[in-house]
Design a binder for this molecule. Structure first.
Ligand code: GRF
Length: 193
């Protein structure tokens, strides 16, 4: 399975996929890594000798033109699956319709609870005793697409946003690797969701 992973930050979930693909048995390969900015996580690509590309959001007059360039770059890699992992931009509908359903996003909450850019902070502020991690198919909304997989993560007394987010990320990574495995082995068919 050919994967293109898009990031905006540290790419810890991306790293989990790269580490998983070191196992020759793992039926997926990250063929390229893209970002909307000069993300720290691009360094993982350099370390693993994987091509990276940046389509800077600020370099385009409109979201649509940025999206068109991003789509053109993604398409060069003949990906079977595009994964947004810590990618903090909303894709224009034209990009979503061109790529979905082979377009996944990871989110650090138990969707549909706490969608959006501050899911961890929102869960903490809500005082819930458990939140979660989710992998969804991207649609035109914000974290509103069909849920592919999700798992509960406890919120512990004294949790800060970063401590809770780190606990969630551990689960997020396992979930993402498992989903990629299930798709590669046809245990999940994204067209069925
Ligand atoms: C992840 O929890 C992702 O779901 C969320 O932001 C975090 C990014 O982490 N959107 P990283 O860049 O993968 O380390």
């Amino acid at each position: 399975l050919r994967l293109v992973v898009l990031i905006s930050g540290g790419g810890s979930n991306l790293r989990a996929l790269l580490e998983a693909s070191e196992d020759a048995e793992f039926p997926a390969r990250v063929v390229a890594i893209g970002a909307d900015r000069d993300a720290d996580g691009l360094a993982h690509g350099e370390e693993y000798g994987i091509p990276t590309f940046v389509v800077p959001f600020g370099a385009f007059p409109t979201r649509e033109q940025w999206g068109a360039e991003l789509l053109a770059q993604v398409r060069q890699w003949d990906a079977d699956l595009v994964i947004l992992s810590g990618f903090m931009r909303l894709l224009p509908p034209a990009v979503v319709s061109a790529l979905a359903p082979n377009l996944l996003n990871t989110h650090p909450a138990y969707l549909p609870e706490f969608p959006g850019a501050h899911g961890v902070r929102d869960a903490l502020a809500a005082g819930v005793s458990e939140t979660g991690a989710s992998v969804i198919v991207v649609d035109d909304g914000i974290d509103s697409g069909p849920i592919v997989a999700q798992r509960r993560v406890p919120v512990l007394p004294g949790d800060t946003e970063s401590r809770l987010h780190d606990r969630i990320k551990l689960v997020e990574r396992e979930l993402l690797v498992q989903v990629v495995l299930d798709i590669a082995n046809s245990h999940i068919d994204l067209k069925d969701l």
